[in-house]
Design a protein around this ligand. Sequence first.
Ligand code: NAD
Length: 256
Amino acid sequence: MLANKTALVTGSTSGIGLGIAKALARQGANIVLNGFGDSEGPRAEIAALGVKVAYHGADMSKPAEIEDMMTFAAAQFGRVDILVNNAGIQHVARIEDFPVEKWDAIIAINLTSAFHATRLALPAMRAANWGRIINVASVHGLVGSAEKSAYVAAKHGVVGLTKVTALENATSGVTCNAICPGWVLTPLVQKQVDAKAAALGVSNEDAKKALLGEKEPSMQFTTPDELGELAVFFCSPAGANVRGAAWNMDGGWVAQ
Ligand code: NAD
């Protein structure tokens, strides 16, 4: 379905971003990976799906590096047809204890980077009259949780940016939607599982149950593969008139 299309997924060396990149690659899209850590493993996983893959290590907190990445992607594949703004970090602390540099980093990586990548991707999408911008927000774009001020502020911002991007392009073939996952067992959440295990003095398995039990009625983690299939739906012909949605996949978290 996505043969001859190119998808750039930020923060795709791990977790949800890698899951989405693989799902888009399974539909035939060429992939531009981004993110820190090992890039060779993810590159090989994508290449094994029979598509072309490139990697750019832009730090998404740095606008000049984002510009360089977008120029690189266009030079590699001609155009970015699908942009997935996924890179993100977390820090957990009460507001009065929240390190100022962590606030700045979370807003830069989780919110402002999506603005930069979107503004740089839109002209070519508009010229082609086809594009898909998918912002990985969170249930925390829809509801709050204590001790996550920067994250919740950034993710609510991402949901707002999603709506405005969708509206500004509503009469074109360019759509923008947000995905709002509940708990997904990635390195970002494993840190919170570890903290819970230490705080309660319980095992890893019991800490996972405690985390799910607080928020997620299904008592199951959403998986990167499931989120990848939602991204594929947004890219499909049936998704053409889904515009500005903030679609939760959260085991019932925000239904409560
Ligand atoms: P993860 O830690 O597994 O992956 C994060 C990715 O972002 C990695 O590839 C990392 O290298 C990259 N990254 C981090 N800082 C970066 C920077 N400055 N520049 C470029 N890349 C950077 O985490 P994840 O859980 O897969 O999170 C992905 C997205 O999903 C985030 O936006 C997160 O907020 C969101 N999300 C996660 C969950 C969850 O439960 N895991 C739930 C809702 C939303």
